[in-house]
Design a protein around this ligand. Structure first.
Ligand code: SF4
Length: 317
């Protein structure tokens, strides 16, 4: 069973550590190496794609990413267990403990970190309580794929889960940790799911019967049949994106996500605004204050512990 993870999907890092270098932009055959997230980034803003995958500027971990990584890790372990015995709720929470990715939370006060962890536990308890279709079994989790598109591109990634039904039909499931579920029409137009359907065909020799986004936070799975997907549009999106990257077309497209872009301070669209440098300084100062606060607390706890032990032994500190 394939279990590799796409490197760019796994942000690392203790405080101040940055994401590891992304995989190369082309493979050994000269094909543009894409993933859903790379295509999505290019379509959102080609300049952002360049900053991230050509210039290799680092990105920082975030609570949202680490929360998603942790939930994915726990669910992967949960569905990896072979039937007939499904893991208990306690076991699922144990998987969460093992998979918990602290990197995006390290700058948060302890109470906020705990709130994220408790929220994740609550989400997984609800997940565990769901009724499961009796005629489905898990065929693969984190199914790694590398799908070639002519000599132009190769799309890589991993499908969160592939189920098989009693008739041998395949069903693709991707977990989402957004707070709100998307509509059926949005799911049907998902480029990611269309690419996963093509990947399923490449891996197992047949297209899936259904594809689904499982919004684990609200606890809602939105499933659409294969016929609702536009696979030709997905193939076209891959080839058009690969051609544009090969032609080095990296125009700047300001958009509603610019405020969360890791590269805004170096982006020409925001040059001379001044606010960015100031905003970055304020954010860094806040991070340093939180770190200092945490370390002072640790120091006090340590001093109190040392004093306690010294008193028990009749020693001076
Ligand atoms: S700040 Fe906005 S316009 Fe600039 S690179 Fe990022 S997403 Fe693109």
């Amino acid at each position: 069973m394939p279990r590799l993870l796409e490197v760019e999907a796994a942000p690392p890092g203790a405080f101040g550590e940055l994401e590891p270098t992304a995989p190369p932009l082309t493979d050994a055959q000269g094909r543009i190496r894409l993933s859903f997230s790379r295509i999505d980034t290019y379509r959102t803003c080609p300049r952002k794609f360049r900053f991230r995958y050509v210039d290799r500027l680092p990105t920082l971990p975030s609570p949202h990413l680490s929360f998603g990584t942790s939930i994915h890790g726990a669910l992967e372990a949960f569905h990896d267990r072979k039937l007939p015995e499904q893991p208990t709720e306690d076991e699922l929470l144990g998987f969460l403990f093992e998979a918990w990715d602290t990197r995006g939370f390290e700058e948060l006060p302890r109470q906020e970190q705990l709130a994220y962890y408790r929220h994740a536990q609550q989400v997984l308890r609800r997940y565990h309580a769901r009724p499961w279709p009796a005629d489905r079994t898990t065929a693969a989790t984190e199914a790694w794929f590398e799908v070639p598109f002519a000599y132009e591109a190769v799309v890589v990634g991993s499908i969160d889960r592939v189920d098989v039904d009693a008739d041998g039909g395949l069903h693709v499931v991707d977990y989402k940790t957004n707070r709100k579920a998307r509509s059926r029409a949005e799911v049907a137009s998902s480029l990611q799911l269309a690419l996963y359907a093509l990947a399923c065909q490449h891996l197992y020799g047949s297209l899936p019967r259904t594809v689904a986004l499982d919004f684990v936070v609200p606890g809602l799975t939105v499933t659409v049949p294969l016929d609702d997907l536009d696979l030709d549009a997905a193939r076209e999106a891959v080839l058009v994106t690969a051609a544009a990257i090969r032609a080095e077309r990296f125009e700047t497209l300001p958009n509603r996500l610019c405020d969360w872009c890791d590269h805004r301070t170096v982006c020409p669209a925001w040059e001379g605004e001044g606010d960015d440098a100031f905003g970055a300084a304020v954010a860094t100062a806040a991070q340093l204050r939180r770190r200092l606060h945490r370390e002072v607390q640790q120091l006090r706890e340590l001093e109190a512990g040392v004093a306690r032990i010294a008193a028990e032994r009749g020693l001076d500190t």
